[in-house]
Design a protein. Structure first.
Length: 104
């Protein structure tokens, strides 16, 4: 279950994975420079519309934000987009390769 503290930690982790400072992210979202810092230090929570803007900025879905089982959802989403361009044969080959790494 995500609470205020977990929300702040998840935002901080995802922002760092994107390699952007809290200040720069705030400004790019059209907010004051301390906006993201205030969220990450549990001083504020974003509105629902701003939460969606944050997710768009991070290139993730809201579900990705709350799924802390996925280490780097932005990178995973980019990979999925690339995979969607492959043919069936290419996907099968790649699946077999991945299976060889993950099957014991």
């Amino acid at each position: 279950m995500i609470n205020y503290e977990n929300f702040a930690l998840r935002l901080s982790k995802l922002r760092e994975e994107k390699d952007v400072s809290a200040r720069d992210m705030s400004i790019k979202l059209g907010q004051n420079p301390a906006y993201i810092n205030n969220i990450e230090t549990n001083k504020a929570l974003p509105s629902m519309s701003m939460f969606f803007n944050i997710c768009n900025f991070l290139e993730i879905t809201p579900a990705d934000f709350f799924n802390d089982d996925v280490e780097n959802p932005s990178a995973l989403n980019k990979l999925i987009k690339q995979l969607s361009l492959l043919s069936s044969n290419q996907l099968n080959t790649l699946t077999n390769l991945i299976n060889s790494f993950t099957t014991r």
